[in-house]
Design a protein around this ligand. Structure first.
Ligand SMILES: [Zn+2]
Length: 307
């Protein structure tokens, strides 16, 4: 049994068929956590879909209407890079509801993980790069609306820049956005985050971890978040098909532990979301996402042990 809740719904699967985005990974992570005895059935909560009111705090009403009525243009569907379907829209609203629920659980328990979400390329008026609606932004706006928090930090360690996050929270002093990513990769226009760490191609474990630690130190010196949303992409992995960094699985585990340690030592609740992961072997992507849960378990144990 874990000391925090995992959020998962069997309809998180975007049902993309034969696509580079293995959206069956959510189910595979869920099954692997149970199979390895890391979690038991009682550790999981199933979310309700986000309400349209929740989504509309982030996204424009004409975009939301097109999503719900299936009236995106051909160009808009092309920009998503995944096929439109009613099932897709249901999964995206569930993922956003999952990040809201994970945020609520983290504020109560210190930690929570959405076994989904992290759709950091979604922008207020359009979706792109496999991201339809920005679940993390929807969750932050909902927690602020409820008066549960004022200030949030997004730590985005997906190999791709968090352009949607940067666009949504640009100019908002209450949300600190940190993105560590490969410079020469999608998206090719990178609106400024509060802190952008542009990495050259091929960076490996040692350099990545040193650079991340230095910037986490500065970020937590400059800003005192009441919650951290950690976008724990699996795609900085050296075997990733859409990434050009060279982290090992061990290095990714150290990355996760580093983010957790900074949050823990600043007494800040953490919400984990999954984001990208396109390893040649889908089981590698699953192992990396499971590793992030293990890092949270270890960090939560330290907090409990030290009070
Ligand atoms: Zn990515």
């Amino acid at each position: 049994m874990l000391p925090f809740k995992l959020i998962y719904h069997e309809r998180y699967d975007l049902n993309l068929g034969d696509h580079v985005f293995p959206s069956q990974k959510y189910r595979l992570v869920y099954e692997e956590l149970l199979r390895r005895g890391i979690a038991d059935a009682g550790d999981f909560l199933a979310p309700a879909p986000a309400t349209d009111e929740d989504v509309l705090r982030v996204h424009r009403s004409d975009y939301v209407r097109k999503l719900k009525t299936g009236s995106l243009s051909y160009a808009e569907v092309q920009q998503l890079e995944i096929p439109y379907s009613k099932v897709l829209i249901e999964a995206c609203w569930l993922a956003a509801g999952g990040s809201i629920l994970a945020g609520q659980c983290a504020l109560r328990d210190g930690w929570s993980a959405n076994i989904g979400g992290g759709f950091h390329h979604a922008c207020p008026d359009h979706g792109e790069g496999f991201c339809v609606i920005h679940d993390v932004a929807v969750a932050i706006r909902r927690l602020q609306f409820d008066g549960a928090i004022e200030r949030a930090m997004v730590v985005d360690a997906d190999v791709h820049h968090g352009n949607g996050t940067a666009t949504i929270f640009g100019g908002d002093d209450d949300v600190f956005t940190l993105s560590i990513h490969q410079l020469h990769n999608y998206p090719f226009v990178k609106p400024p985050s509060t802190m952008d760490i542009n990495l050259p191609d091929g960076v490996g474990d040692v350099d990545y971890l040193a650079i991340l630690e230095k910037h986490l130190h500065t970020a937590f010196s400059d800003f005192s978040p009441q919650i951290v949303f950690y976008i724990a992409g699996a795609d900085p992995y050296r075997e990733d098909q859409l990434g050009g960094l060279a982290l090992t699985m061990e290095g990714l585990g150290k990355r996760d532990a580093l983010v957790m340690e900074y949050a823990r030592s600043n007494r800040c609740p953490v919400v984990i979301t999954q984001a990208g992961g396109y390893a040649r072997r889908v089981q590698d992507t699953v192992a990396i996402h499971v590793g992030t849960i293990l890092a949270a378990r270890d960090a939560a144990g330290k907090r409990a042990a030290r009070g």
